[in-house]
Design a protein around this ligand. Structure first.
Ligand SMILES: O=C(O)CCC(=O)C(=O)O
Ligand SMILES: [Fe+2]
Length: 211
């Protein structure tokens, strides 16, 4: 019997090699066991202690909407997006330690980290590229996951090609090169999931102040 393809066929998880991978103008670094299990547990506890999570908002057509997750921002500069400003706190303790480890493996400097907290599978992040002017032309973004494993989708802006990664506890994904220019990414909802997840994205923010 001929095989019929279901239109709802699930996306295959893209098999990335550990280390640097190249896919259609994306440069992706993948270290699935970057933080070991014991350290994941202590890191979770330290993040809970250190991070004051806040509701965030975005403005769409002049209307202010609550974003579907909690967040906090650490680094040298405040962070502005979509008409909102996140005031920064100094990157200290476990955040500074993780920052250094990410800098070493990604071979770059970071001066900020966005902490996202997904309370359960209802929380998500929609399609976007991290392409604000403050991030520079070829931003390197190091994304660390703690807690629940979540699918992470990438979509090529021109061809529509899709990649799906499973971001598990202690994994590190680095998006570099022209990734933000050619691809968008998102973290889809998973309605049956009850466990929370921390995601830390280390970034380098260039000061936009006039000299
Ligand atoms: O939670 C994630 O894995 C994605 C986070 C993200 O894309 C962002 O903070 O810009
Ligand atoms: Fe992002």
């Amino acid at each position: 019997m001929p095989q019929t393809k279901s239109p709802l066929q699930t996306l295959q998880v893209a098999a990335l090699e550990e280390g640097w991978n190249y896919r259609e103008q994306a440069r992706l670094g993948w270290w699935p066991n970057f933080i070991d299990a014991q350290q994941c547990q202590s890191t979770w506890d330290e993040l809970n202690q250190l991070v004051t999570l806040e509701e965030g908002f975005i403005n769409i057509y002049g209307k202010r909407h609550k974003i579907p997750r909690l967040q906090a921002w650490f680094g040298d500069h405040d962070y502005s997006y979509s008409g909102e400003t996140l005031s920064s706190k100094p990157m200290v303790g476990i955040l500074a330690t993780l920052c250094e480890r990410c800098e070493q493996i990604a071979e770059t400097r970071f001066n900020s980290v966005l902490v996202n907290y997904y309370r359960d599978g209802q929380d998500y992040m929609g399609w976007h590229a991290d392409d604000e002017d403050e991030l520079g032309t070829q931003p390197v973004i190091a994304s660390l996951t703690f807690g629940a494993c979540r699918d992470f989708d990438l979509k090529h802006k021109q061809t529509g090609e899709r990649l799906r990664l499973a971001l598990s506890d202690g994994s590190l994904l680095v998006m570099a090169g022209a990734t933000q220019h050619f691809w968008q990414h998102s973290l889809p909802k998973r309605l049956r999931l009850q466990q929370p997840r921390f995601n830390l994205t280390f970034r380098y923010i260039h000061s936009m102040d006039a000299d």
